[in-house]
Design a protein around this ligand. Sequence first.
Ligand code: SF4
Length: 502
Amino acid sequence: MTLYFCGHPFKYELEGICKLFFPLIRFTHVFDPEGPVPEGDFVRTIREKGKEQTRLCVEVSLGGASRSREAALPNTLPEYEKECERVLCVELYRLLSEWLGIQPSWGILTGVRPVNIIQRERAAGRPDEETARFLREEYLVSPEKLRLAFTTADVQSGLLADLPERSYSLYISIPFCASRCSYCSFVSHAITTRKATDKIEEYLALLCQELELTAQAAKQNRLKLDTIYIGGGTPTALSAAQLKQVTDAVSAYFDVPSAREYTIEAGRADTITREKLEVIRASGAGRISVNPQTFNDDVLRRIGRRHTAAEAVECYRMAREMGFDTINMDFIAGLPGDTLESFQHTIEEAIRLSPSNITVHTLSIKRSADLFSEEGIADYVKTNVTDGMTAFAREALLAAGYRPYYLYRQKNTIGNLENVGFAKPGAESLYNVYIMDEIQTILACGAGGVTKLVSGMKDPASGKNPIERIFNFKYHFEYIDRFDQIKTRKEQVTDFYANQEK
Ligand code: SF4
């Protein structure tokens, strides 16, 4: 499909709207074409500035039929460029929505963090009713999504107010998994060969060195440890002894008891053993996750998970018996082979097990491309099954006493839907809230880790705290081969804080 942009530069947002309705379709972009456009499927968006008014027009041609809509704006509007972009998006959304019979529920809001809009408006003193009206009428957000975003903002407000000064979270990446799930979009290596297993020893030795350097950098810059998160990959894909090597290094170099939160993602049931849970318990980590993704065994098979629903439940029970009371369970809406009924059963079963945290993700459409046929995807978008699944999860979890406390939208999810962390009151993960809001420094160690250094001073223009990022190499073999560069890059932490104090 060709996207024509005439008289304006709003490619990014308008293409985002097209992707909501035509997922997986490749677009060709043409700016200010001369003469008539060739026949075929296209979306043309036009801005024509007259003497006093600007004409904004959208035209869509699909399978030989065509439709158009238009609006006008005075040239003297205070936020003229922004309004032109918004109105073109609204017109395009309305045209496609009426034509195709689909109503993506976040309207024309394409950003990743809708809750931040609410927080920003609250900080500026705008009443919630006004913000809600503006999001509903000008950005076409559905009442359900508004309710979700406002409830999340309410729960977050207390957690955000609690942020200690000059604090940081420590993130440690274990980029290995027992095997690769077919929907995975993370950088993770399946340790199914001897060659891969051998690399783990080398990786862990360097990771421990990086932990030591990181602790030194934190000390030198008078940073206070707030939360620790060991993720991946699957940390429990390591053996119990290897896992202990990592947790021992954390205890040796960091003041673990001073951290408010310590999480280790256990993840897949086929990697969790009593011995590994004992290592986690002894490390002082109080939070783990056991991620079933679904309680439907057929779906588990289809996505390449090498465990059953019953085994995931078994792991959860074992962790509870061993004294873990803050356990997160991850689920995914929209997996291949899953139906609304089977997803409902999954959520009901999760509620019955009553973990402190339940996270509901939406399947990334990039992965869906590998998992579904093209007709399957088209059908999915049309029937809105995933939207129905997330709606069911939201209502059932709210009714069971869980509250949404972090929410983000992943690009390329079906219908640009959201991932939501639900928790029982008091069980919210601070780390998840702080990384989502980008308000706390994260010192990251290991392959794929991204250190985010958050300035203590707000930029007056954007109202945000500027962030500097330091990227570790993405893959474990690059991390091993170029570890000298990882060490050099750590010096940027001290440079950053020295600059802050100037
Ligand atoms: S367990 Fe998670 S990180 Fe590992 S392959 Fe599966 S989805 Fe990817």
